[in-house]
Ligand binder design. Structure first.
Ligand SMILES: *Cc1c(COP(=O)(O)O)cnc(C)c1O
Length: 357
C-alpha cells in the first residue's frame, strides 16, 4: 500500500492537469493560471474523488476560479495577524493563548484561505526561525494554550511534529496544545497509527478540523477521525459560511449532526473573512443568524457551534446570536424560545426592592 507521501505526490498541481481532467470549456486557462500564480494549487486524490462525486461544493472550495483575480474591497491580511506578531510565526492577540504557524504547506489548498497571503510560501512561514518563537513562549508565562497551525501541521513528518510537541511540553506553563488541520479530509491516509502514538505522548492535545460540508465526512475521513479520538484527542471543528457551498440551514444541520456522530464537537462557525481573492465566497450576516436559529433548540445543543465574526483589523472573534431577549424590565425578562414563543422569567424580588430604595 502506498504511504501518505506517495499519495500526496499524486495530487493535481497544474492548470494543464485541470484542463486534462475537466476540459478547456470548464477551465479558463489564462484566468485560472493567474489565480494559481496568486495562490498555490494542490488537490489531493481524496479531494479529487469528492469533486468528481459530489460536484459543486468541492469544485467551489478547491478548483481555482477567475473570480479570485477580482479584488473589490478584500484585504490581504484581513485579520491583521502580522501586526500582532511579536516574533516570526507567532500571533499573540489574546491574553493567555497564541497562534503558532509551524508548517507552510497544506495537502490541498482551499480557495477561500484567510492566510492565502503566506500559506504555500516557505519564505513567509520560515522553517528556520523557530528559536525566537520558542524563546517567546518560554518567556511569556501567561501563555497556557498554543494553537499549532500553518499551513497544516500534519504535513510535517512524525519526527518533525514530535520535535514541536516535545519542545512545547517542556515549557511548564503551557497546559493545552491544539492542532488545527484539514488533513483528515484532504489526506486521510496521513492519520497513521504511528502519528497517533506520537500525539498521545503529549496530551492534552486537542485537534480541531475544518469541515464545511457533510459530504466531506467520507468513510476514509470518518476512520481517520476515529483514530484521533481513540488516541485520546478531544476533537472539534470549525466551519466557514461559504456562498454556494454550505449557506443553507439544512446542509449545516446535517454537517453538525454528522460531526457529532464522529465524536467531533462543532466549535466555531465563521463568517467568511473579507480576504482579497476570496470575496466571491461571502454571504450576508443574516444567513449565519438564520442558520444558528435553525440549529439551537432544533437539534442537540452539542451540535451547535458558536457563530463568530473574526473582526477585520485584529479585533479577534466576536460572537453573534439571534435575538432571544425581547425585553428586560425591573421585574422580568421577556424571552423568545427556539420555536418563537414568548416566555416570562421573573427577576428576584430583592432586586426589585433594591432598585426601589
Ligand atoms: C482564534 C484565535 C485564537 C483562539 O481563540 P479561541 O477563541 O480560544 O479558540 C487565538 N489566537 C488567534 C490569533 C486566533 O485567531
Amino acid at each position: 500500500m502506498a504511504n501518505w507521501q506517495q499519495i500526496l505526490r499524486k495530487s493535481i498541481t497544474t492548470v494543464d492537469q485541470l484542463i486534462e481532467l475537466f476540459g478547456e470549456e470548464n477551465i479558463d486557462r489564462e484566468a485560472v493560471q493567474e489565480a494559481v500564480d496568486r495562490f498555490n494549487l494542490r488537490i489531493t486524490p481524496a479531494v479529487l474523488a469528492q469533486i468528481k462525486g459530489d460536484g459543486v461544493t468541492f469544485w467551489q472550495q478547491y478548483v481555482p476560479s477567475p473570480d479570485e483575480n477580482e479584488v473589490l474591497d478584500g484585504i490581504v491580511d484581513s485579520l491583521a495577524e502580522d501586526d500582532d506578531s511579536p516574533v516570526p510565526n507567532i500571533t499573540h492577540r489574546y491574553p493567555d493563548r497564541v497562534l503558532f504557524l509551524i508548517s507552510p504547506v497544506c495537502a490541498s489548498y482551499c480557495r477561500f484561505c484567510t492566510r492565502r497571503r503566506k500559506v504555500g510560501d516557505p519564505e513567509k512561514i520560515p522553517l528556520n526561525q523557530f528559536d525566537s518563537a520558542f524563546r517567546y513562549l518560554q518567556e511569556h508565562t501567561e501563555v497556557r494554550d498554543v494553537i499549532l497551525s500553518g499551513g497544516d501541521p500534519f504535513m510535517l513528518s512524525d519526527r518533525r511534529l514530535e520535535f514541536f510537541l516535545k519542545k512545547l511540553r517542556a515549557i511548564p506553563h503551557i497546559e493545552v496544545i491544539r492542532i488545527h488541520t484539514r488533513i483528515p479530509l484532504h489526506l486521510p491516509e496521513r492519520i497513521t497509527a504511528d502519528l497517533c502514538k506520537v500525539i498521545a505522548r503529549y496530551h492534552p492535545v486537542f485537534v480541531n478540523i475544518h469541515f464545511n460540508h457533510p459530504a466531506e465526512l467520507t468513510p476514509a475521513t470518518e476512520k481517520a477521525l476515529a483514530k484521533l479520538a481513540n488516541a485520546g484527542c478531544p476533537l472539534g471543528s470549525q466551519t466557514v459560511l461559504l456562498k454556494g457551498v454550505n449557506d443553507d440551514p439544512e446542509t449545516m444541520k446535517e454537517l453538525m449532526q454528522k460531526l457529532l456522530k464522529n465524536r467531533v464537537r462543532p466549535y466555531y462557525l465563521y463568517m467568511a473573512d473579507p480576504v482579497a481573492g476570496a470575496e466571491h465566497f461571502r454571504t450576508g450576516v443574516e444567513k449565519g443568524l438564520e442558520i444558528m436559529k435553525a440549529l439551537r433548540g432544533w437539534t442537540s445543543g452539542l451540535a451547535v457551534p458558536h457563530f463568530c465574526i473574526d473582526a477585520p483589523g485584529g479585533g479577534g472573534k466576536i460572537p453573534l446570536l439571534p435575538n432571544y431577549v425581547e425585553e428586560i424590565s425591573d421585574d422580568e425578562v421577556v424571552l423568545r424560545n427556539y420555536a418563537g414563543e414568548l416566555y416570562r422569567y421573573p427577576l428576584p424580588k430583592e432586586l426589585v426592592l433594591a432598585s426601589l430604595l
